[in-house]
Design a binder for this molecule. Structure first.
Ligand code: ADP
Ligand code: MG
Length: 327
């Protein structure tokens, strides 16, 4: 089982940031609205994620660490409308096969917390009582300690942490309703309170993309049928390299979609020179039945059923926003 898990780990776990991604997605799936991320040595020494989500009942702890144990797909219909972010049921097993992983959890309905860890060659899961508030903590120590070839591929702590920070930025921009804390080697790097109002959202955008970005951006909010586009778009004259901030989301998922990027670029038109890059934080909400998100989860691409319509909607909404900004 361990070998199979390690092979699967090759797909899921590329570097510390991929571990953080899988674990945070689990926390979000569990309905957490407070997520704490503690990193040591770029994640190669320690990655700790603590959430206040639904927790895992004692009876399911061992199962959560075994392969293809997902609590998230119960029928084929679910597969077609996946709302939750993860669904493959192998992240925890994979990560625990290439690290020393402990999972501590307490559902609100349980009066005590329990802790699980996989041990030995056959990855037998051990369970013992623990202390923990409602929610879960997943601690991943010594990533790739038993796969030296992979460990060698890790870059400097600084680079690995930069990947994690970038990921947290993306996630924090996708979930204003969650509070985030990120620390590295004991120092708090990001602390973002829940942003319930537009004002609080703008504060978060300023904290993540820079004050300059926010001050020189147009706010966009347009709806048409079951399409909605909202967010911030930087005015062309301010599009310089130091204001790099390019985030787009489709139904809450981060995307680097060609069609969206093309529509954004088109809205700027000749106002941007070839060297200038657009900057934006944009959210497209669309009927989930009008889009296939699982085309390639790692590539951040989607397939819109009515591609032309979506493209033109985005392009014209943004063109109008820019027109109002710079008449
Ligand atoms: P998947 O997310 O694809 O179902 P994972 O290996 O990531 O598979 O997680 C396995 C299972 O463990 C999940 O289906 C979920 O039931 C449980 N789980 C993992 N992390 C958490 C968490 N932070 N809070 C609650 N449950 C969790
Ligand atoms: Mg998962």
């Amino acid at each position: 089982a361990q070998l199979a898990n390690q092979i699967a780990a090759g797909e899921v776990v590329e570097r510390p940031a991929s571990v953080v991604k899988e674990l945070v997605e689990n926390s979000l799936d569990a309905g957490a609205d407070q997520i704490l991320i503690e990193i040591e040595r770029g994640g190669s020494k320690k990655i700790l994620i603590r959430d206040n989500g639904s927790g895992i009942p004692e009876a399911e702890l061992a199962l959560a660490l075994s392969r293809h144990a997902t609590s998230k797909i119960s029928s084929l219909d679910d597969l077609e409308q996946i709302v939750s972010l993860g669904f493959r049921g192998e992240a925890l097993a994979s990560i625990s096969s290439v690290s020393r992983l402990t999972l501590t959890s307490k559902p609100a309905s349980q009066d005590k917390a329990w802790q699980a860890y996989a041990e030995g060659r056959d990855m037998q899961v051990q369970i013992k009582p623990a202390a923990h508030p409602d929610g879960s903590s997943i601690e991943v120590l010594d990533l790739f300690f038993n796969t030296p070839a992979r460990r060698k591929f890790l870059r400097s702590d600084k680079t690995e942490f930069a990947h994690i920070d970038e990921l947290v930025k993306r996630l924090a921009l996708s979930r204003f309703d969650v509070s985030w804390t990120l620390s590295h080697n004991g120092q708090t790097v990001r602390q973002l309170k829940k942003a319930d109002s537009r004002e609080a959202q703008q504060k978060r955008v300023a904290a993540l993309c820079g004050k300059n970005f926010l001050e020189q951006a147009a706010f966009v909010e347009v709806a048409y049928d079951d399409l909605k586009l909202w967010g911030w778009l930087l005015q062309p004259s301010a599009c310089k390299e130091q204001l790099q901030c390019q985030y787009s989301y489709v139904n809450g998922r981060m995307m680097k979609d060609k069609l969206l990027n093309h529509a954004i670029r088109q809205a700027y038109g000749s106002m941007l020179s070839a060297e200038q890059q657009p900057a934006f934080v944009l959210y497209l909400d669309i009927n989930p039945r009008q889009v296939d998100v699982n085309v390639h989860p790692a590539k951040h691409e989607v397939r819109f059923h009515q591609a032309r319509l979506v493209h033109d909607f985005v392009a014209s909404a943004l063109t109008n926003a820019l027109l109002q900004l710079e008449p």
